[in-house]
Design a protein around this ligand. Structure first.
Ligand code: CA
Length: 231
């Protein structure tokens, strides 16, 4: 399984259990103990998913969730809320604040991992480990293989990751900064021009297989994957 997970939990035993379960399933895990540390970790590198405890020492996880939903960069970041609160009104508050799922303590690690997978499938299919297909494209994330109309296409790892991300959200336009965040995990240090370079290489690779015009430039906004003809 691919994808990075940020675990925000102050209780050491639970932090360990959650991190171990996710890491055992192949996810790259970072862990922090407070809302402030979570914000700093997200600022440094955008994770692909956050597992967020409700009761944190510095501020409620629910508040952090609302903040993340209010910011452009983290608006669509998949977030699973972790809590001992099982009252229906708490679940509703969590989901209303924008949580993608809600796991009540105590939970089984297997259930947590299957919920993580389900959220990835729904919100970030490029990390679900399942085959992605769009138009003439088929992408096998497990084998790092791409084919166009059944013909294999060779490309570099960066191009592969870029294509996988775009194929997880076809027809959607992403700015260079969003692509850096989501594909490279860094929107500050790496230059936006890097995106253009890899888009160019990706287009070249796809063109050798006869797939032109799939990775489209949307002037002034960024790039998208679309099988519709370019405007
Ligand atoms: Ca806690």
């Amino acid at each position: 399984m691919e994808g990075s997970i940020l675990v925000v939990e102050d209780e050491p035993a639970i932090q360990e259990l959650v991190s171990f379960s996710c890491a055992s399933s192949g996810y790259k895990v970072r862990r922090v103990e407070s809302a402030r540390a979570a914000q700093e970790a997200i600022r440094q590198e955008l994770p692909d998913l956050v597992i967020l405890d409700w009761m944190l020492p510095d501020r409620p996880g629910l508040e952090l969730l609302r903040d993340l939903r209010g910011e452009e960069r983290t608006r669509s970041l998949p977030i699973i809320l972790l809590t001992a609160k099982s009252a229906e009104s708490d679940k509703v508050a969590g989901l209303d604040a924008g949580a993608d799922d809600y796991v009540v303590k105590p939970f089984s690690p297997r259930e947590l991992v299957s919920r993580v997978k389900a959220v990835f499938r729904r919100r970030a299919p490029q990390h679900s480990g399942e085959m992605l297909s769009y138009g003439p494209l088929t992408i096998d994330p497990a084998r790092h293989e791409v084919s166009v109309d059944g013909k294999p296409v060779k490309m570099g790892l960066a191009e592969f990751k870029l294509l996988k991300f775009l194929a997880g959200h076809p027809e959607r336009v992403f700015s260079r900064s969003q692509l850096l965040d989501n594909v490279w995990g860094d929107h500050v240090v790496i230059e936006e021009r890097t995106v253009d370079v890899h888009v160019l290489r990706l287009r070249k690779a796809l063109a050798t297989a006869g797939a032109q015009g799939l990775v489209q430039t949307v002037r002034g906004l960024g790039y998208r994957l679309s099988a519709r003809s370019e405007q």
